[in-house]
Design a protein. Structure first.
Length: 180
């Protein structure tokens, strides 16, 4: 059995702890301190509570799309309320705050895609069923629904628009089958 020098040094340094553990049967691990521990825990907690409230609103409101700048502005507001005059909501603070609270890198989970009202699209499909469009080879109601979603989502690329048209074409064909 081979033991390295570093292991021998570590054992010799903590010799007393090992003997105490053997005699008392009480283990006390070395406390590790997080490198990005918050200096202003109250501020972090206030911003995180506000963030959770905006992302999971009570009632029938939609969750808000929160960007980095909005969260940093709220942190500055909360810092003024607490009385922290030297606080700067920098990008580094934001990155560490996100890491401390377990928030992923993308905060726009409820962006423009969440604003599409499926009921509007369904009504549009039902109202204009059956008209044909020769240009794309699909029904006009599908094009209208796709235009509505394109307006909401802001697709600028043809490839995405074609995928969107294809998905609406499938939706329209399933509706036609259900109507028969």
């Amino acid at each position: 059995m081979v033991v390295s020098r570093s292991q021998i040094n570590r054992i010799s340094i903590s010799k007393e702890k090992i003997e105490n553990f053997y005699q008392d049967k009480v283990f006390q691990p070395v406390a590790k301190v997080m490198a990005n521990r918050s200096l202003n825990a109250d501020l972090d907690k206030a911003v995180h509570n506000w963030f959770r409230e905006m992302r999971n609103p009570l009632g029938r409101r939609k969750p808000l799309s929160l960007s980095r700048a909005i969260i940093q502005a709220r942190a500055l507001h909360e810092a003024k309320k607490i009385g922290l005059t030297e606080f700067k909501a920098s990008d580094g603070w934001f990155r560490n705050w996100r890491q401390r609270n377990g928030i992923g890198p993308s905060l726009r989970l409820f962006g423009e895609a969440g604003d599409v009202n499926i009921e509007e699209v369904e009504k549009l499909i039902q109202a204009k069923k059956g008209r044909r469009c020769l240009r794309f080879g699909c029904s006009a109601n599908v094009l209208d629904a796709a235009r509505l979603v394109k307006k909401r989502l802001g697709f600028n690329h043809r490839r995405n628009y074609r995928k969107l048209l294809g998905s609406f074409e499938m939706l329209a064909s399933s509706h036609k089958r259900n109507l028969r």
